[in-house]
Write a protein that binds this ligand. Sequence first.
Ligand code: PEP
Ligand code: MN
Length: 338
Amino acid sequence: MIVVLKNNVSPEEENAVVEEIKKLGYRPHVMHGVARTVIGAIGDEHSHRDLEVLNAWTQVESVTPIQKRHKLVSREAHPQSSTVNAGGVIVGGKKIQVMAGPCSVESEEQLMKTAHAVKAAGASMLRGGAFKPRTSPYEFQGLGEEGLKLLAKAREETGLPIVTELLSQDQAELVAEYSDMLQIGTRNAQNFQLIIAAAKTGKPVLLKRGMSMRIMEWLLAGEYVLANRNPNLLFCERGIRTFEDYTRNTLDLSAVAVVKAESHCPIVVDPSQGCGKASLVRSMCKGAVAVGADALLVEVHPNPTEAISDAAQQIDLEGFAALIDELAPIAESVGREI
Ligand code: PEP
Ligand code: MN
């Protein structure tokens, strides 16, 4: 930590800060500059008490941490990029994986048709919500366990591993039994007990960014997965709330570059929730691939206008096949494949 003292601090006041730093378990190193005194507090910030308490001292100007608070997910801790294996699909390697499927599992016919079509077009995982976190209690809440069974059946028929959302701790074992990756949605991105329950199943956890979450808060939420001895964490950027309402959310592609720099965990981009408009999904997928996303999560429906949830943002089967073809040269240009 670097502690900067205010101007005109007396030797007694400086000494009081030095003694406090020692009391907190650090070795103080005092540097007297021309205008300011700076104290380097040397010690492991992860195992010692937080020096930020010194911010409350009147003689202290600022306290700046040196070590990252997100220690396990940080690149500092693990310089090489990690890969996550979900039912045999490796996310974070050279190949950009595409997770595609409907917003909600609606029926056997809808799901099987979508699963076969996205598989034929080149998707590597199937997405679909069985437990849906709907804004209104009067909207379709998902098929529940029946939806999970249909997802498992689609996996049996196509070989595509499944990613699906869980909404509560008591669903963790059930959802883990039927799926290959557990999705924590934007509305639960800081529901730490839910994140811990998901982590404890041992299955990969896809952590969406909370719609009002800062990147550092998101990384710290992900820290709960690794701290609970599950190394299989993926971050998923899905758009944040801004003043802009032309799009449903503002897809923050800069967050992809930031997470890549700050963390070794794979990063996924969901342009469907990100924009809320089917017509924008192709462009944003291209941007996501160019900026370094390891995977895409795309909503695909055989008849989007009749979808029970998120009708405006789901692309149709033909649109999805065309999208994959268009992404191939972009992936290649950044040294990846799709
Ligand atoms: C979804 O993937 O359908 C979904 C509800 O996502 P989010 O949590 O990002 O809104
Ligand atoms: Mn959706």
